[in-house]
Design a binder for this molecule. Structure first.
Ligand code: PMP
Length: 360
C-alpha cells in the first residue's frame, strides 16, 4: 500500500511508531496477559501507566510542582462550563478574547454563568488577525482572562502569551505540545486530546493548585476540578486507553528531542505550505495575516471554488486525505500536527504546485 497522509483537524494522525507499539502490546501489555482496555483503573499496571504519562508530560512541558495535571473527559466543551463554575462566583465578571469559532463557543457557555467582557475581538478583521494587546479592554476585577491559543478552524495562532494580573486561562486544544510554553504564566491550560495528544475521549487539564477548591456550591461533583485533583484523576473510571496512548505520545515526543525540537520541525512544515500558497500568484490564498498564521492548521482557498471538488478528488487519489475545510468556512484546511511528517507536508506542497500548474 502506498503511503497515505492524513490532514484531519481532529481526531488526527498519530505517530506511526506509537500505533505500531499499540498494535504490538494490544492483547498483552508488558506480559500482564491483559489489554490495557481490560485492566482495572486502580490496579498496579494502570497505576504505572498513568504515573508515567504524567511524569513524561511534566518533563515535556516543564510543569512546575505547584500545578496539578488532570486526565479528564468531556472534551474541551466540558471545560467551557467548568471554568466559570470553578473559577468565578455568581455575579463575577470574566474577560474573554474572541479570536474565532472556538472562542465564541467558550464565550457563549461562560455567559450562562458569569458576566462576560470581551476584552478584544478579531471580528472586525474577519478573524484574520489578533488585536494588538495594548488595545485590549480589561475589566478592573475580572475573575480570569480566557483565550484560545490556536483557532483550529480559522487558522489563527497567538504568537505571544498575553500578560495578565488575573489567572490566565488557555484553550490549547490544537497547539499544545507543538512548541515550548511557560506553564507558570497560566492559571489553567486545557486541551482535548484528539489533535496533539492522543485519541478523543481524553481531556487534559493543567491547573495551578491555588485555583482548586473554589467551585460554586451548586457545581456538579463531576465538574469540580478539586474532586478530580484529590482523586488523582481516578474519581470515576477515566479513559484508560486514551491515557495509555497519550503516555506513549509523550514518550515519542521526548524521543524526538522534546518540544524545542518538535517546534523546529513544525516551523519548517508550516513554512512549506504557506510558501506554496503565497508563491501561487493568487491560485491559492490564505485568509490569515502573516504574523498570526497557525503552524498547526493551514486554511486556504482556491481562486475558483468550482475547482474544490477536483482538488479534493485528485488529492485523495494521491493519498492526501481529509483536506476539506470546516463546513462553516469552506475551502481547504491542512492540519499538520506534530505527528504529520515532513514528508507528508512536502508531498502536499508539491501536489498543490502541480495542481495549480495544470489548472491555472
Ligand atoms: N477548542 C478548540 C481549539 C478545538 O479545536 C476544539 C475541537 N476541534 C474544541 C475546543 C472542542 O473540543 P471537543 O470536541 O473535544 O469538545
Amino acid at each position: 500500500m502506498s503511503p497515505v497522509f492524513n490532514f484531519s483537524a481532529g481526531p488526527a494522525v498519530l505517530p506511526r511508531d506509537v500505533l505500531l507499539t499499540v498494535q504490538d502490546e494490544l492483547v498483552d501489555w508488558h506480559g500482564s496477559g491483559m489489554c490495557v482496555m481490560e485492566m482495572s483503573h486502580r490496579g498496579r499496571e494502570f497505576t504505572q501507566i498513568i504515573h508515567e504519562a504524567e511524569a513524561d508530560l511534566r518533563k515535556l512541558l516543564n510543569i512546575p510542582s505547584n500545578y496539578r495535571v488532570l486526565f479528564m473527559q468531556g472534551g474541551a466543551h466540558f471545560q467551557f462550563s467548568m471554568l466559570p463554575l470553578n473559577l468565578s462566583r455568581e455575579g463575577d465578571t470574566v474577560d474573554y478574547v474572541n479570536t474565532g469559532h472556538w472562542s465564541k463557543i467558550a464565550i457563549k457557555e461562560a455567559r450562562r454563568f458569569a458576566n462576560v467582557l470581551i476584552a478584544a475581538s478579531g471580528e472586525e478583521s474577519h478573524f484574520s488577525s489578533i488585536p494588538a494587546e495594548a488595545s485590549w479592554q480589561r475589566s478592573a476585577n475580572a475573575a480570569y482572562l480566557h483565550y484560545c491559543s490556536n483557532e483550529t478552524i480559522g487558522g489563527v495562532e497567538f504568537p505571544f502569551i498575553p500578560h495578565s494580573e488575573v489567572p490566565l486561562i488557555c484553550d490549547m486544544s490544537s497547539n499544545i505540545l507543538s512548541r515550548p510554553v511557560d506553564v507558570s504564566k497560566f492559571g489553567l491550560i486545557y486541551a482535548g486530546a484528539q489533535k496533539n495528544i492522543g485519541p478523543s475521549g481524553l481531556t487534559l487539564v493543567i491547573v495551578r493548585e491555588d485555583l482548586l477548591g473554589h467551585a460554586r456550591p451548586s457545581t456538579p461533583t463531576m465538574l469540580d476540578y478539586s474532586v478530580h485533583a484529590d482523586a488523582e484523576s481516578l474519581y470515576n473510571t477515566p479513559p484508560t486507553f486514551g491515557i495509555y496512548v497519550a503516555g506513549m505520545v509523550f514518550k515519542w515526543l521526548l524521543e524526538q528531542g522534546g518540544l524545542a525540537a518538535i517546534e523546529q520541525v513544525n516551523i519548517e512544515k508550516a513554512a512549506l505550505l504557506y510558501e506554496a500558497i503565497d508563491a501561487s500568484n493568487g491560485f491559492y490564498t490564505c485568509p490569515v495575516e502573516k504574523p498570526f498564521r497557525s503552524r498547526m492548521n493551514v486554511p486556504f482557498m482556491l481562486h475558483d471554488d468550482a475547482l474544490d471538488d477536483a482538488f479534493l478528488g485528485d488529492a485523495k487519489a494521491a493519498g492526501l486525505l481529509q483536506l476539506k475545510g470546516h463546513r462553516s468556512v469552506g475551502g481547504m484546511r491542512a492540519s499538520i500536527y506534530n505527528a504529520m511528517t515532513l514528508d507528508g507536508v512536502q508531498t502536499l506542497a508539491s501536489f498543490m504546485r502541480e495542481f495549480a500548474r495544470t489548472h491555472g
